[in-house]
Design a binder for this molecule. Structure first.
Ligand code: N01
Length: 538
């Protein structure tokens, strides 16, 4: 350790919504805090993901901080689900309003964090050679922040510009007059494709797995809707905190239909009538799609029928039809005009199930179906989710054990908050917590509040170290697996990033906690009010 190391109570890694709130909360508690952020400014996911069409899929009245009534009152969202620039403006407003920037070190990537048991301190190093010493280390590194670029032969030979949706240039990209190729049709691809298709001369979409995507139903948020939501904010927030997903769609609009019917109890005529009346949104009506494989398969068939109705060319419709995995096994995808994009003359869909990518050449992409010439290439190929960014840091715990070793067979934690062997290290929305299955901001606030209360309890009781017991951690991991079992999320045919299945060699473990925001909060509160049951406090 160099003499110049900055001495702190807490180091927070990441200045997205998690890190910003952690800084505010812990600073208010009187702690000396520093946030270390790899980017040049705040916003996390909304700082990096500036690709065309990027937008939230949770209503912004709900996907926003609830910790400050004044903040809630003064910020006016303009659309039901805000686009990336508006969310980034909001993040900047929060940083200014609460004076956060003075304690954030930007353009600083953490390379290592080693725990010294003798002093009870974390020693944190940055890639640029900076050193920090801190009692607590909070990883607010985001669940989807380590971009995945698949290794494709010849990729470095491509002559034109190459982009990744998760690292989009801040000055934007002008695709006019260009033949663009895009690989990937997850949430990012599905949002970007319609917008790029409008700008480019030609767009070729390389699709490995078609997705079940439902219309976003986004629209401007009227003054009246906003005022009604603001008037009900307390009720909305209380309901979110008790809910399954951390949202209730309580913004005064009606874009979302609450499921109340059973698909298996409908007749063919009723299903036809539902599809005629509501199109894809009709699939939101049925409760049993998420629960019953037979209902799910029927819903998949309805989905394919709706694709055939929407997409003019029958072969393209067939290519866009998902098969062999259930609706609900992957993160739900919502779109604005996605399927209609494939009715455009300047869009070609390459179904990689009929022959995969063989290599990238300077002028395009070679597949076993032929070569597709392109001038610019976009990877919409997702992330090494939930663990990628954490494990990129060389983290070593009490006995010098590395977190990479501890998580070799998949991430283990107690409550998704702490890892045995790594005292005073907290993960904000880490694996084993509801995180990505929920409204992230509600889950972030719950984690930060719990961690700050734990630190306050330690300070009040002159305790210096907190760490989960091995048994408590084992029991929690079993519980996380148990509740995920039998859901569509862990169906044997499911290949999702929730399971790590998108990264070759990553252990297949279901990472988030399915129990829901309300139940999870009760468990965490019960643990803390029971003297931090399962944690060893020294
Ligand atoms: O990433 P993904 P994403 N050759 O992993 C394909 C959040 N998010 O960035 O399915 C060819 O979902 C891959 O194909 P396959 C949200 O939580 C939210 O789109 O593996 N293709 C897939 O089509 C989301 O779930 C919002 O067969 C390859 C795509 O790339 C998460 O971020 C918006 C390939 C990756 O899809 C990730 O979404 C955007 C290869 N070698 C993102 N490798 C909203 O709030 C991968 N693919 C709306």
């Amino acid at each position: 350790m160099t003499a110049a190391a900055v001495q702190l109570d807490a180091v927070v890694v990441g200045a997205g919504f998690g890190g910003m709130y952690a800084l505010h909360k812990l600073r208010e508690q009187g702690l000396r805090v520093r946030v270390l952020e790899a980017g040049a400014d705040v916003g996390g996911t909304w700082y990096w993901n500036r690709y065309p069409g990027a937008r939230c899929d949770v209503p912004s009245v709900e996907y926003s901080y609830s910790f400050s009534k004044e903040l809630q009152e003064e910020w006016d969202w303009t659309e039901i689900m805000a686009a990336q620039p508006e969310i980034l403006r909001y993040a900047n407003h929060v940083a200014d309003r609460f004076g956060l920037r003075k304690d954030i070190v930007f353009d600083t990537r953490v390379s290592a964090a080693h725990y010294d048991d003798a002093s009870g301190r974390w020693q944190i190093e940055t890639e640029a050679g900076g050193s920090f010493v801190s009692r607590f280390l909070l990883l607010a590194t985001g669940c989807l922040s380590e971009p995945n670029t698949p290794p494709i032969e010849g990729a470095d030979q491509f002559a034109g510009p190459v982009y990744h949706t998760g690292r989009w240039p801040h000055e934007g990209v002008d695709f006019s007059g260009l033949r663009v190729g895009i690989i990937g049709t997850g949430s990012s691809g599905v949002q970007a494709i319609p917008v790029i298709a409008e700008a480019a001369e030609h767009l070729t979409v390389f699709q490995r797995t078609p997705n079940y995507t439902l219309p976003a139903g986004n629209r401007p948020l009227s003054r009246d809707q906003l005022q009604r939501a603001k008037a009900r904010y307390e009720t909305i927030r209380r309901a979110e905190r008790r809910s399954q997903g951390g949202f209730i769609f309580g913004f005064g609009g009606n874009a979302f239909i609450a499921p109340t019917e059973r698909l298996l109890e409908t007749t063919e005529e009723q299903r036809e009538a539902a599809m005629d009346a509501d199109g894809f949104a009709s699939l939101r009506r049925y409760l049993d799609i998420a629960l019953d494989p037979e209902a799910n398969e029927l819903a998949c068939e309805m989905y394919r029928e709706l694709v055939r109705r929407q997409v003019r060319d029958p072969d393209t419709a067939e290519k866009l039809s998902p098969r062999g995995y259930p609706i609900g096994c992957k993160r739900p995808v919502i779109d604005t005009g996605y399927l209609d994009t494939f009715n455009r003359d300047n869009v070609t869909l390459v179904d990689l199930r009929r022959g995969g990518i063989e290599r990238i050449v300077p002028t395009g992409i070679e597949t076993s179906q032929g070569t597709f010439e392109i001038d610019a290439l976009v990877y919409a190929t997702g992330f090494d989710a939930m663990t990628g960014t954490i494990l990129r840091i060389d983290i070593r715990g009490r006995d010098g054990e590395s977190l990479r070793e501890a998580w070799e067979a998949g991430p283990c934690s107690y409550l998704g908050l702490q890892v045995h062997g790594f005292p005073n290290l907290f993960t904000i929305t880490g694996p084993g917590s509801p995180s990505v299955l929920t409204n992230m901001i509600i889950s972030i606030e719950q984690h930060v509040d719990w961690i700050s209360e734990c630190i306050a309890y330690m300070d009040a009781n002159q305790l210096s170290r907190v760490e989960p017991e091995a048994d408590a951690q084992r029991a929690w991991v079993e519980h996380v697996n148990e509740v995920a079992k039998g859901t569509m999320l862990t169906a044997p045919t499911c290949q999702s990033w929730y399971l790590g299945a998108n990264i070759p060699g990553k252990p297949r473990i279901f990472m988030p906690y399915v129990g829901g925001v309300g139940q999870y909060r009760e468990i965490c509160d019960d643990v803390s009010s029971d003297g931090y049951r399962g944690f060893r406090l020294r």
